[in-house]
Design a protein around this ligand. Structure first.
Ligand SMILES: C[S@@+](CC[C@H](N)C(=O)[O-])C[C@H]1O[C@@H](n2cnc3c(N)ncnc32)[C@H](O)[C@@H]1O
Length: 370
């Protein structure tokens, strides 16, 4: 074991090969920033991490409290032994494929910084497509209400609240731990006055209430596809946020119970429930897996939505479905007197609620014009 102490900071950034940890950084020794960066990137590359250099830069920047630009300019800065140990530990976690966002505890989304923990899905860039489309839709409204089902870190709900001062937002999550993260982020982002986060199953906590917009990035991975996910996702992100076949979770809020399915179990329940929770003229926005958008649009039409349009994400993948033109005048919260200006849910809605409908079967319904 290499010695610790203040003298170590003046040593050249070289360690005997035997002292080099698997992360490439020798415990207790000091390294220059470029040496630490190179060693970290090499160890991550050897572990099969996809962007080793970028991840090493982000981790080192975080550990040293520097921006990436400052890090790259800090060519003569020498890490203290304590900093070297800290960076080595971070590189070791990343080499085991733990996501960078869980190591640093932060992820940027829509230009905002969110706290993330292993209790929440790490916000993805493709979800920004949903948020941008939603914001376009309400841009001419001074105020509106939004229900975000499966709020997680609050990526959708809170960035809408931050970008639209008239947004009144309700987030719901089955996981109490995720709901707590969203509440913390609402406070950090200064929007908690206009945000409520509730715990429960989809629409249950908002029974009898209606919203101008309902949005969700629901879990949509079929459990049977778990083995195809990258280890960073499969081994670290909360199963309740990933898999749609099973929406029950254990009391700790992390472990799902259940079997296999299409990946549309939660999505189809949201589509079936939305007409009872939308105000007239309201919209439902749903993020989908890359091969599910047509099927989800078909489920929307089958539920009585007259509009079911798809938008691609920045990578050109059909990703978000907007459904509109369906309102259940007799649903909960209508008071029974709301005008039936829009077509109520059709008998097809029953089929839309079927958790067992496969993406392929739903796609066939599109071809048949249902
Ligand atoms: C894919 S994550 C989305 C998180 C966040 N909205 C985002 O876009 O980053 C899905 C979220 O839905 C929650 N969830 C899963 N099943 C649910 C259910 N039946 N009712 C409410 N929330 C649920 C999960 O706990 C998870 O936070």
């Amino acid at each position: 074991m290499a010695p610790r102490g203040s003298n170590a900071a003046r040593r050249p950034p070289v360690a005997p090969a035997a002292d080099i940890a698997p992360t490439g950084l020798a415990i207790g020794l000091s390294f220059s920033v470029p040496t630490a960066l190179g060693a970290g990137a090499l160890s991550l590359a050897a572990a099969g991490v996809e962007n080793p250099r970028l991840d090493a830069e982000v981790l080192l920047s975080h550990a040293l409290g520097l921006s990436r630009a400052q890090l790259l300019a800090a060519t003569t800065r020498v890490l203290s032994p304590a900093e070297t140990d800290q960076c080595g530990a971070m590189f070791a976690r990343r080499a085991r494929h733990e996501p960078v966002a869980y190591i640093t505890g932060r992820r940027e989304f829509m230009g905002l910084s969110f706290h993330v923990s292993p209790d929440v899905l790490i916000p993805r860039p493709e979800t920004e497509t949903l948020v941008e489309w939603l914001l376009e839709t309400v841009s001419d409204r001074p105020s509106f209400s939004l229900l975000d089902l499966g709020v997680g870190s609050g990526a959708i709900a809170l960035s809408v609240a931050a970008r639209h001062p008239g947004a009144r937002v309700t987030g719901v999550d089955l996981s109490p731990a995720a709901a707590a993260v969203a509440r913390g982020n609402a406070r950090d982002l200064g929007v908690s006055r206009r945000v409520r986060v509730l715990t429960g199953d989809l629409f249950a906590p908002v029974a009898g209430r209606r919203f101008d917009v309902v949005a969700a990035n629901p879990p949509y991975v079929p459990r049977a596809e778990a083995a195809t996910l990258p280890p960073d996702v499969r081994d670290y992100e909360p199963p309740v946020a990933l898999y749609a076949d099973d929406c029950s979770i254990d009391p700790a809020g992390r472990r799902p119970l259940g079997g296999a399915g299409s990946g549309l179990a939660i999505t189809s329940r949201i589509i079936a429930g939305a007409p009872d929770h939308l105000l007239p003229g309201g919209s439902l926005f749903l993020e989908t897996a890359e091969n599910q958008a047509a099927a989800v649009a078909a489920l929307g039409r089958a539920a009585g939505f007259t509009v079911a349009e798809v938008r691609a994400d920045a990578a050109g993948v059909p990703r978000v479905v907007r459904c509109a033109g369906c309102y259940s005048p007799d649903g909960p919260g209508s008071g029974g007197s709301s005008p039936a200006r829009l077509r109520p849910a059709s008998p097809g809605a029953t089929g839309a609620a079927s958790a067992s409908m496969s993406a392929t079967a739903a796609g066939r319904r599109v071809e048949n014009g249902v």
